[in-house]
Design a protein. Structure first.
Length: 118
């Protein structure tokens, strides 16, 4: 029963984080962006966040912040995890921005001519 619960817990967590990031990347920009344009950044940020969280959890198994920082050790560990979370969210947004600029500018960053209709 434990492997099933572990798989369900991670699957539901990844799904919820992915949906929240897609909504965030769709609503927050100052211009209209479809959900189809936001899913690569949301997928990158979701997988990156899960990997960073697992890596930080693995790292914390052998480190005890309270030895150095005393009772503030837990808060410092939490702040590091917040930093990693924010970094992944910003990297996903940056990926979406780069993709949008690439599609607008064309290959090589060269502005393509746009035909205007009179």
């Amino acid at each position: 029963m434990a492997p099933v619960w572990s798989f369900a817990r991670w699957s539901i967590g990844i799904l919820i984080v992915g949906i929240v990031l897609i909504i965030l990347y769709t609503i927050v920009p100052s211009r209209r962006i479809s959900w189809r344009d936001t899913w690569p950044g949301a997928l990158f940020a979701t997988v990156g966040w899960q990997a960073a969280s697992l890596g930080f959890s693995y790292y914390n198994q052998w480190n005890d912040y309270s030895i150095i920082y005393g009772s503030l050790g837990t808060i410092i560990g939490l702040m590091i995890w917040f930093y990693l979370t924010g970094l992944m969210i910003l990297l996903g947004a940056q990926l979406n921005a780069i993709r949008m600029n690439f599609h607008e500018d064309g290959p090589g960053g060269v502005q393509t001519e746009r035909k205007t209709t009179d």
